[in-house]
Design a protein around this ligand. Structure first.
Ligand SMILES: [Zn+2]
Length: 196
């Protein structure tokens, strides 16, 4: 794939769409979901869920982390919850995640990546007993699930979510894991803040 092919694909895609669709989306967005996912090229949310443009607001990073010092994510979160009024937030990890796998190493020689995944190394330490009780081969994938559960908890601690739930907002947070080997999404948790 090169840029020329990519632009050709874009042109073909436009030709196959109803022109009214573009007029419609150019007027504004009202997505049902905020998707916080890993940036892995195999986990494009619209592709794996069959959603069209306008349906999912996306914020992705290495190993789908939720960190209050990530201004990009905090801005996306506040904007989607308070302005776009999304009612569903998905934190989606995926098995065979390079960022989670790399977190089992103390130093990968990639300074920016190593800094970014440090919280996952801490999570591995916190979950050492469980991880060491299971087969070594399945530890990385279990850690993917533990990471999603932890990031959902981090999300619940953000000012935006605490404020939304305190005000009776019925938004729901879901933790999902995507499996490249089957193409399927699995729900591993759901949080409502008591506002069902
Ligand atoms: Zn990943």
């Amino acid at each position: 794939m090169d840029l020329e092919k990519l632009l050709d694909n874009n042109f073909s895609w436009v030709e196959n769409k109803d022109p009214e669709f573009f007029i419609s989306i150019s007027k504004g967005q009202s997505p049902s979901f905020l998707w916080i996912g890993c940036g892995d090229s195999r986990g494009c949310p619209n592709t794996i869920t069959g959603c069209d443009l306008g349906e999912i607001f996306v914020n992705r990073n290495v190993a789908n982390q939720v960190r209050s010092d990530d201004l990009n994510l905090m801005a996306s979160l506040q904007f989607t919850v308070e302005v776009l009024k999304v009612k569903n937030i998905i934190v989606c990890g995926h098995y065979a995640c390079g960022g989670v796998n790399a977190s089992f190493n103390a130093d990968n020689g990639l300074s920016s990546v190593d800094n970014w995944i440090q919280p996952i190394r801490d999570l591995i330490k916190q979950n050492k007993v469980e991880l060491e009780s299971i087969d070594e081969e399945v530890r990385p994938n279990r850690m993917v699930e533990i990471n999603v559960l932890a990031q959902v908890q981090n999300l619940m601690q953000t000012e935006t979510i605490k404020k939304a739930w305190a005000n009776g907002n019925s938004l729901i947070i879901y933790g999902l894991v995507f499996d490249f080997a089957t193409g399927l999404l699995k729900k591993i948790c759901e949080e409502t803040g008591g506002n069902e």
